[in-house]
Write a protein that binds this ligand. Sequence first.
Ligand code: PHE
Ligand code: FE
Length: 295
Amino acid sequence: MENPERIQHKLTDKGYVPVYTTAIVEQPWDSYDPVEHGTWATLFERQSKLLPGRACDEFLQGLAHFGMSARSIPRFADLNEKLKLATGWKLIGVQGLLPELDFFEHLAAREFPVTWWIRKPEEIDYISEPDLFHDLFGHVPLLLNPVFADYMQAYGRGGVKAARNSPEALQFLTRLYWYTVEFGLIQTAAGLRIYGAGIVSSKGESIYALESAAPNRIGFDLLRVMRARYRIDTYQKTYFVIDDFHQLFAATEPDFTPYYELLRDLPSIGAGAIVAQDQVITRGTGEGWLLDGDV
Ligand code: PHE
Ligand code: FE
């Protein structure tokens, strides 16, 4: 096992967290102690109770198909057998956040980096960097969905391209990831549902994103989303709603190079702002919003 090195710090939704070199670590499953399995159990049970009727069916089906349970922290190797058959994705163990380009290259190769360690009991509701629970429970179930699986790979390829394009292009693409993969909502026949990993892995936000009157909920529009600033320190002020994963895949299929040109000349939009063309599903009351701090 190589020892990954910290190479920089990156501002995330929970503050500055270390970024590691790309060393892949084998999941040290035998080293998890009863406290760590217990943390998984607590978080797993809590979210499993909250998510039926809140998370989309594709997410819940994925969770069920893997057979994840509260009993113990899943073994990446077991999940990989199912992933390989379903969509060809593979989980790789990592120490923490990877440099952007490494992360994109893994996604482009259908490899999803998962942090091997789980948060401490005192961090159960608040953790300063993504851990195993967020990465695994939040992101991995949807990798069994063929359309979403293809979207994630396309995103990785797009990231490699954007990195060659410009820092601005990377910023536009990061907003897209934020408002879809991390904080996306989806419209279904039964009502609005969650698919974003940042929401499904959070007790507070899985209720807030659907039930609070404070945030805006706006129909997904690619260029609009890429102009939208966001919150890294509070619940989102705005959620963007897709009709289905096909819409997301189709909207993001064209070459983004001309979009980046266009976006460069357009002003960004505040995290809580609504603009004239928006397809507003709910206009938020803005209750509790901090006025500054949009990223
Ligand atoms: N089509 C985008 C491009 O050409 C790549 C992409 C796909 C970006 C899916 C995001 C999501 O850059
Ligand atoms: Fe995440």
